[in-house]
Design a protein around this ligand. Structure first.
Ligand SMILES: [Zn+2]
Length: 292
């Protein structure tokens, strides 16, 4: 699933569409999207004013006749945006029939083409009021974002310490997947940051000192920005708007490296199931706590 750095890379790739008008709209006859087709079709003649990111969501802002409207977009497991100039479109795609799994299509005022493609339809593109977006349970009350210019480490520590409804003893590897504790961080960057911090993912959160959590905060921020620099990780379907893959997967220290040796100590990297996700860790570098 795209994490913060992948979603942010896509957002930056879409900035060329800002200030362009929507001249044509099409919605695929896929139930999850088609049920919103009336609202999506109403975007015709709107101008795309802004695209913002909150956690793993993109929020599109449109304006028509001085009235603003918004779309909440989640990429799901496999969602990507494609953007083509008219020249490239005519030389390559030519027709939506040649673009399997397209869900939402916009033609823009300079004849460019903006398309949301989603193979497994877990993504969403829904027109909402700004109130709905601000009160959305996955968006309001987000923890500090790994891509913030300055990561609020006190807020992070406060949230890990139990300023949420979850028990304070929750394993840190699970806590880091809770966007109310830290946002923009998914399973990949969680594993990488825990390794850099010499913290075992199974450590109950309340056993971690402020110093350990502050090191973890620093490393979450560091890993997030490194991933952004490499334009995200491409494991399966994730691509930038221009069609290229991310390169962060070549930099992984533990994620997806089970059975290989640790770059730091040459011990073996293990993979363990943690909840419904996998955690990857070095038995030597992350021995502050060992699971049974
Ligand atoms: Zn090691």
């Amino acid at each position: 699933m795209p994490e913060g750095p992948e979603v942010e890379t896509i957002r930056r790739g879409l900035l060329d569409v800002i200030q362009k008008n929507i001249t044509k709209v099409k919605v695929a006859k896929s139930k999850k999207f088609y049920q919103h087709s009336k609202e999506i079709n109403s975007l015709i003649s709107s101008t795309i004013i802004d695209i913002e990111r909150k956690g793993k969501f993109l929020i599109f802002k449109f304006s028509k006749n001085n009235t603003d409207s918004y779309a909440l977009n989640h990429l799901g497991m496999t969602g990507v945006w494609h953007y083509y100039s008219d020249k490239i479109w005519k030389n390559t795609i030519q027709s939506l029939d040649n673009l399997p799994h397209w869900k939402v299509y916009f033609q823009l005022s300079d004849n460019s083409h903006l398309i949301f493609v989603n193979i497994r339809t877990f993504g969403r593109f829904e027109i909402c009021s700004i109130d709905t977006i601000n009160h959305h349970s996955s968006i309001n009350n987000l923890g500090p974002d790994i891509l913030d210019d300055v990561f609020d480490s006190s807020l992070f520590i406060n949230r890990v310490r139990g300023n949420t409804k979850k028990p304070k003893t929750r394993e840190i590897g699970k806590a880091l997947l809770d966007s109310k504790i830290v946002s923009g961080c998914g399973n990949i960057y969680k594993n990488e940051a825990l390794f850099l911090s010499n913290i075992n993912p199974f450590t109950p959160s309340d056993l971690l000192s402020d110093k350990q959590l502050s090191t973890l905060a620093k490393n979450l921020h560091l890993v997030g920005h490194k991933a952004l620099k490499f334009k995200g990780s491409t494991l399966r379907d994730y691509k930038h708007v221009d069609g290229y893959s991310g390169l962060m997967q070549n930099e992984f220290l533990v994620y997806d490296r089970q059975g290989e040796t640790c770059n730091t100590c040459k011990s073996k990297i293990l993979k363990s199931t943690q909840g419904d996700r996998a955690s990857y860790w070095c038995i030597n570098c992350q021995n502050n706590y060992l699971p049974e």
